[in-house]
Design a protein around this ligand. Sequence first.
Ligand code: ADP
Ligand code: MG
Length: 381
Amino acid sequence: MSVLAEFEALYGVEPEGIWAAPGRVNLIGEYTDFNDGFVMPLALPHTAVAAVARRTDGILRVHSADVEGGVVRLDVASLEPLSGTDWAAYPAGVVWALREAGHPITGADIHLTSTVPTGAGLSSSAALEVVTALALNDLFGLGLSRPELAVLAQRAENAFVGVPCGVMDQMASACTVEGHALFLDTRDLSYRQVPFDLAAQGLRLLVVDTRVKHALGDGAYAERRAGCEAGARALGVRTLREVPYAQLPDALARLSGEPESVRRCVRHVVSDNHRVERTIALLDAGDTAAVGPVLTEGHASLRDDLRVSCAELDLAVEAANAAGALGARMTGGGFGGSAIVLVAERDADAVAAAVEKAFAEAGFTAPRIFPAVPSAGARRQ
Ligand code: ADP
Ligand code: MG
């Protein structure tokens, strides 16, 4: 059944429109977005789709085709942050954040379905938030910009759902353009669309979804955030973004009295910001293949300094590179989720097969491997 027909079957009326918002992979710049740093995500072809109609009676009804449990019915005036861990908190949080910002959302019927794999580090949560935010923005004529919608979606996830994510995922879903990566400065949300036409250069970017998510990820994320904040405080800067790469050795020397974990956070964030700048320079020069080693370097930093990788991600990177990939790294928060692999098109199948074989030999769950084709950002369909 189509999304439109499903909506009608659920709510007995036609939706006023259908919107889509993509998941993303991040090419480079990891754990930098809460340090005012640089990131470079691109949208996946996988999207969350929402059919939506306005209501005027203060009732919010949400339904997902992808989870059991039927329609969730809420009262918009009494939405409470952190009141539930259920999936409905994502769209409800967006309604809450819009109302908190003074926008008169008087209720809605929402039916969602998504092809973004959940919990794979590909931002199914941001896709859900952004598709909801864009639909309500259009229907209620709020006139908010894409970055404004992304920030409200992030606020929904931070304050309503209770997940302390940075703004990259929502900006990626809201602001990307087909065939491009998004060079985003998270300090002021300025961004540039960087042409990323892999096919024209005979290249492919593979996503390796390890299909595991290790439980220690949530606590570790908060701990790394705290480490970055401690490092910035000790260096007397507002965020680690303020530390230029050229001053990294000096900064580390000044941190000699700090815990090793803090020094590692500083080294990762400052060097990864620099890796984003190097990647931009290579892409601007048309040398996409040379981005490969920068990815592999970024993986080593996440594995050895930030320590947010895991055996499955390390194996994906090692096996891909050993089989002739140009470079690879984990992407997203780590502790499972996905890796990306930059590879010449002619080698892509052999590299994918090598990763699958390595996983089988290690006794790991079979990974899901697919190409990351730089796709369109959120839109009305
Ligand atoms: P990621 O964003 O990396 O996929 P998260 O843990 O941040 O992982 O978000 C996953 C959560 O988002 C799911 O547990 C679920 O609550 C919600 N979610 C994502 N997609 C859907 C969907 N299609 N229907 C309902 N809930 C969804
Ligand atoms: Mg998420």
